[in-house]
Unconditional design. Structure first.
Length: 126
């Protein structure tokens, strides 16, 4: 298998021993994106709506660096600090995707890095 590291400065850099994304022949595996603004290094707000938007914008920027877009996403995983935020997250999420929507799983987790409210990972196909 041929795989390569993807990296763009239009999304936050990895903060540990992992890649922002990995590209294989026809797939892109995007690591969980925290709601970090790549310019300021800060969260994109302190509400679930603004954090969801920033996390998805980071995914979009990684895809754009490979001349892809959100239509290429086939699967996402959403990690929430609080499942009570699901409905508000979903409203923002729906603004980034169209039918047929990607497959998705959503989980409430005990804690996310940097105490974020959300983290989203994605798999895309060329």
């Amino acid at each position: 298998m041929n795989k390569s590291k993807l990296e763009t400065d239009r999304a936050p850099a990895a903060i540990g021993p992992y890649s922002q994304a990995i590209h294989t022949e026809d797939m892109i595996y995007i690591s969980g994106q925290l709601p970090i603004d790549p310019v300021t290094g800060e969260f994109g707000g302190d509400m679930i709506q603004t954090q969801t938007m920033r996390s998805l914008q980071n995914i979009k920027e990684i895809l754009n660096s490979e001349n892809m877009d959100m239509h290429n996403v086939v699967k996402t995983t959403v990690l929430l600090k609080n499942m009570d935020d699901f409905a508000e997250m979903n409203k923002v999420y729906a603004q980034f995707f169209e039918e047929p929507y990607p497959a998705r799983a959503a989980f409430q987790v005990a804690k996310l890095p940097k105490d974020a409210l959300i983290e989203i990972e994605a798999i895309a196909v060329k």
